[in-house]
Design a protein around this ligand. Sequence first.
Ligand code: GLA
Length: 628
Amino acid sequence: MKLLALSLLVAFSAQAHAQPTLEATGRWQHQPVGTAPTPPMGWSSWNAFRVDITEQKVLDSARVIVDSGLAAAGYRSINVDDGWWLKRRTADGRLQVRTGLFPSAATGADTSLRPFTDRIHAMGLKAGLYTDIGRNACSQAYDADSPNLPEGTAAEREVGLMGFMRQDVALFFGEWNFDYLKVDGCGLSSYGRDRPHVASGQYREYKPTIVEGNINQSDVDGTRKLYAGLRDALREVRPRGDYVLSVCLWGTVNVRSWGQDHGTMWRTSRDIANSFSQMVHNFDTVATREFYAGPGRWNDPDMLEIGNGEFDGSHLLEARTHLGLWAIAAAPLMIGTDLSKASPALIDMLKAPEVIAINQDPAGHQGVIAYADSDRQILVKTLADGRKAVLLFNRTGVTAKFTLTAEHLKMDAAAPIALRDAWARADAGTFTGSKEFELQPREALLFTATGRHLLPRGYFVSERPGNVYVARDGIRALEQDPIGYRALASWSTTDNGGTRPAYAGWGGPRADSTPYDQALSVQRQVFRHGVGVLADSRLQVQVAPGSQRFTARVGVDDSTRGKTAAVSFEVWGDGRRLAATPPMKFNQPARELGADLRGVRLIELIARQHGAEPAGPVVVTWGEARIE
Ligand code: GLA
């Protein structure tokens, strides 16, 4: 009995969510991994060729990237995905390149990708490579019939980083001079004893520590530690930080929260495919994570499928929608098609300068959902010069009507708002108050908007999410995120019990919404603008220079699960406590909280819970949180 109780305790504590300190630190805590002030852009071999990859195919697309002006438009990283390796030489652990596919790597017994990266660099481009954090890669589990898989004994087939982290990182970034590394996680998920490729003795068993769609059976801390080791190895080999580290864990193991501290970008969902519904599904996995991205750290809904399947040259509307969504989400833009076969129209589309400018805007704010139902969405992204980018998205197969309002844009309804069509690169008139649109099936319109801000001399915290670092999210037990379009994966069928919510991170802070997707509301006072978060949280907010004052109307949100515990609200500036409320409870009116920000560069918004709350998390609202 005692033993059982003990083992239950151990299992439970393995799932408990380790929380960083609630106390203000006074310094911006995000430490960039690598360098990417704006979302990384480039081309990757995977969506175009899977493991059927050759050096020539990569170079052909790289050539088009340069000649067509795509490189000038920003697409500069040429990334070799899975399929480049032959084996790990067991005598010294050195990885061997498959020279049959990469002839320039046949430099002698060692083989080397340096001639390849030299060529890419000589073209003015950057070079990227792929590996896995475990012993084996994804192709070895999922492309078992390919002739291009690593060869030899089980040990020789262990081409992943596990056990060889420092050696491989030194090889990739030192000797071979790559600039970008994508690190997958199949080695941790797909080599259980029950898998045929393991049962047959081809690969060594690795008891899965990632179980997709099952956060409680996944080892969050263990996975995180492996990626921390990788990050530290990279920092050692490339102390100048001139690289991109792409974490590929498909939204599992709560990577949607910790990715920003372990990589330059991190995948938030399973693999994209060239179907519209899967693209929408992937988009949804980033759309509610606005506070986790910003300059140097990017949510990654996966590589583009433009040019393929439902986004090919005869589906330019869908292709534009795909790019528009990635643009408003400040997502990395990795072309995933064989560019040597792409039509001029498609290449032009990929270059669309005003669309790319929205994606690459230096302020690095991800678009925030201003309106959403199952069929329509409106997202708004604050640009560095104060304009807004706005995307209207008809998710359905029929035409749909939209009303865009000044309020969506956080602009004054009494002043004219000028729209510019980012695709047409043309002014699209002005309106006052609101404007009607009718969108084609699957269409997304993308504009920039100029108008008078709702606040004459300030801005809402929720419209600059890239200035926020979630130091502590208040989540006590990790939960799957039920929000999002549940697409049937292209490699699956409807005979499997249904697609289920799969991504941990439910309950993280949100802009203009509670963490659980309700309207912000304190004792029935509804706030259209504000930040929703769970108690025992700390949000760091970078303050625009010259700011004078922070104000918010704070309280326990009406949607709270825990209705008894009290919460106090504190504002700290550069490590000093500036203002606080007494403990407040559910169904008490919102209180005004203000702080003098003169000379302050960083504020920390702390919601401190008093006492335990067995009924569940206490949801709190920083209503109208603004900086003036
Ligand atoms: C995983 C990744 C893909 C791709 C393949 C390669 O599925 O998520 O993006 O890299 O592995 O095998």
